[in-house]
Design a protein around this ligand. Structure first.
Ligand code: WT7
Length: 646
């Protein structure tokens, strides 16, 4: 039996939702989604109020998702303008730079309003129009927030690409959404190391056509080449530009942003989120999951290049008039106390990070934590991957001094916001369990045949009805959207995750059941890493699987077959790691490379990953039936090699 961490009486009182509210509201939200979400939708400022709420179908071949479809609104007006009456001098964004000795910046809502308006006018002057796609490749600086909000102000659709992705990856994303505009910075800096953002954009633009304009924010003052006619320094382009820019009236179902994410096959998909439902869901979940009250200082450590940065650094908090902290750095620079020093420095009340960071810091011991006060902390939260109970317990006891609830939030790029998590005033926590569904979320477990599993049990996690934050389509490819998420189990959204439900109805996510890896909370397709490997001239074939990794959660294990006549040695291993970094980005670096004379294949030529996974996990006892393999001796070779290497 997992240990139960009850809701303290103090939290029951403080929180927006207690146990009784949760039960009642959950039931109502499921029975009457129109009534429920109709009320919740009013938390935003609408230009033309909606009269329709939910219009969704998961029916095979006809998947269509619309929320608040006849309403109109503007996201930047909801995240900025509407707070000017009450909070113009309140801090909207605290910026903590990579170097702790550099100056932190605090941006009020009034200043944010000016910055967003100015940025929007610069975009307009560059020719950006409603519906245009704008690629944003930025460090974690307030200008990234201005740029994103500026897009929403004029109805442009942003596609933020994480600063760790390679020129090839950027080019692919620019091409896929036919983006003609790019916003970047001269350089980024993380953990004292420079990231050549503008140089990466230059390299990407060598590989794809169609980009008319690149706006470059001067961040570190690096001397970067500027292509005349195409590249523009933001500080120069914005000189004398007015800060007033009328927000564009957008329909609730107009596209808001595209965010590329990896799947089990093919190239990353452009997940499309729209305006109204997304913002309702991001702001509502932000308020309830973190129990955000006026005046709280809130810090989510995610980069704006991921969905967590979209929903819970920017849109959710700002829609709620919160103070949100943007951190440029990393957990272990200059020391492993950095997170907690920043908490003390800015008196952070709510802290949201990834299990991989917690595990890494836990490895450095309690001392770096204990040197700091952390008395301001009220609530801790995690996202991105299952959190192992040891890390959960350390987070609770050492970081939170056994007084802050730990909120494990399960969700996905596709879901727009939290789906399963313990509301802090309502649901006792169990370390390692994301616990219970949020309002309006109908999870179900199904077996391989699609049969629903009732009560306690394990299966694949599906969601049987829509919620406002759900992705609407794969950009430019609705067929792929339906195929990926709705064809495995008809009439149900398939998450790609395995899950167990215990006797108390708690959900325990067990990880991906498809060929998607989760490395340090970052999602990667095995197929992407494989295709990067086979593009190397010495590689003939590659198969990639995940294996348990102490810090990263999952590590990347690559089986590589070389071209005839090539020999696999450590030098080639290093070269292949560099190759993958260059092709995709550092997050895709293989942790282990095993040279394999052959891969286990069925007679029809399909690679049997199940076997490769077992070997990578050092679990040789249970390789299953290998008699259907074209050449069963391949497996013996692989096992011998696995055991003999390093
Ligand atoms: C996948 C989604 C959601 C923002 C960050 C990742 C895994 C995410 C949890 C959690 C167990 C989790 C799932 C999911 N995941 N949060 N709290 N417990 N697993 O977004 O890149 O779209 O990845 O991350 O496997 O499917 P993403």
């Amino acid at each position: 039996m997992a240990e139960l961490y009850p809701v303290s009486p103090e939290w029951e009182k403080r929180a927006f939702v207690d146990a009784a509210d949760y039960e009642k509201t959950y039931e109502r939200s499921i029975k009457d989604p129109d009534g429920f979400w109709g009320e919740i939708g009013k938390r935003l400022d609408w230009i033309r109020p909606f009269t329709k709420v939910k219009n969704t179908s998961f029916a095979p071949g006809k998947v269509s998702i619309k929320w608040y479809e006849d309403g109109t609104l503007n996201v930047s007006a909801n995240c900025v303008d509407r707070h000017l009456i009450k909070r113009s001098n309140q801090i909207a964004i605290i910026f903590e730079p990579d170097d702790p000795k550099a100056r932190a910046r605090k941006i009020t809502y009034r200043e944010l309003h000016e910055e967003v308006g100015r940025f929007a006018n610069v975009l307009k002057a560059q020719g950006v129009k409603k519906g245009d796609r704008v690629t944003i490749y930025m460090p974690m600086v307030p200008e990234a927030a201005y740029a994103m909000l500026a897009c929403t102000r004029i109805g442009a659709v942003h596609s933020v690409v994480f600063g760790g992705f390679s020129p090839d990856s950027i080019a692919g994303r620019i091409e896929d959404c036919k983006s003609e505009f790019v916003i970047t910075a001269d350089e980024g800096v993380r953990g004292g190391r420079k990231i050549p953002l503008k140089a990466n954009i230059d390299a990407a633009l060598e590989k794809c056509a169609g980009v008319k304009s690149v706006i470059v924010v001067r961040h570190v003052g690096a001397d970067v080449p500027m292509k005349s006619g195409r590249d523009h320094w933001y500080d120069e382009a914005s000189k004398g530009v007015p800060t007033e820019c009328k927000p564009e009236e957008m329909s609730a179902e107009d596209p808001l942003f595209i965010l590329y994410t990896s799947g089990s096959t093919g190239k990353p998909k452009g997940v499309l989120h729209t305006t109204g439902g997304y913002l309702v869901y991001a702001s509502y979940t932000h308020q309830l999951a973190f129990d955000y009250h006026d005046g709280d200082i809130y810090w989510c450590t995610a980069d704006v290049g991921w969905v967590t940065g979209h929903s819970y650094v920017l849109y959710g908090p700002l829609a709620n008039g919160a103070t949100t902290l943007m951190f440029e750095g990393v957990p272990n620079y200059p020391t492993t106390s950095r997170f907690w020093e920043v908490v003390d420095k800015h008196q952070v009340n709510i802290f949201y990070t990834a299990p991989t960071a917690i595990r890494a810091l836990m490895g450095a011991g309690d001392e770096p934590v204990k040197q700091t006060s952390r008395a301001s902390l009220k609530l801790l939260a995690t996202v991105g991957e299952p959190i192992n109970p040891e890390a959960w317990e350390w987070y609770w006891r050492v970081v939170g001094d056994s007084r802050c609830p730990v909120i494990d939030t399960w969700w996905q790029t596709e879901t727009g916001g939290h789906m399963i998590m313990p509301l802090p005033g309502a649901i006792p926590q169990k370390p390692g369990s994301a616990t219970k569904p949020f309002f309006g979320v109908k999870p179900e477990l199904v077996d391989a045949e699609g049969k629903t599993i009732e009560g306690a049990g394990a299966g694949n996690l599906v969601i049987t009805d829509s919620w406002p934050g759900q992705m609407r389509t794969v950009y430019g490819d609705h067929a792929r959207f339906m195929e990926t998420y709705f064809s495995t189990y008809p009439n149900k959204y398939f998450t790609g995750d395995g899950c167990r439900r215990d006797e108390d109805g708690y959900y325990w996510i067990t990880g991906r059941v498809d060929d998607v890896l989760n490395v340090s909370g970052h999602r990667l397709g095995t197929a992407e890493v494989e295709s990067a490997l086979v593009s190397h001239p010495k590689v003939s074939e590659a198969a990639v699987v995940g294996y348990p990794h102490n810090i990263k959660g999952q590590g990347i294990y690559a089986y590589v077959t070389l071209m005839a006549g090539e020999t696999g040695d450590d030098a080639l291993r290093k070269e292949l790691v560099q190759w993958v970094r260059k092709e995709i980005g550092p997050i895709a670096s293989p942790d282990m490379i095993q040279f394999a004379p052959g891969l286990p294949k069925t007679r029809s030529g399909k690679i049997m990953r199940r076997i490769l996974r077992k070997i990578a996990e050092d679990d040789f006892s249970n390789l299953g039936d290998t008699s259907t393999l074209a050449d069963p001796t391949v497996v013996t070779d692989l096992v011998d090699n696995r055991q003999n290497r390093q």
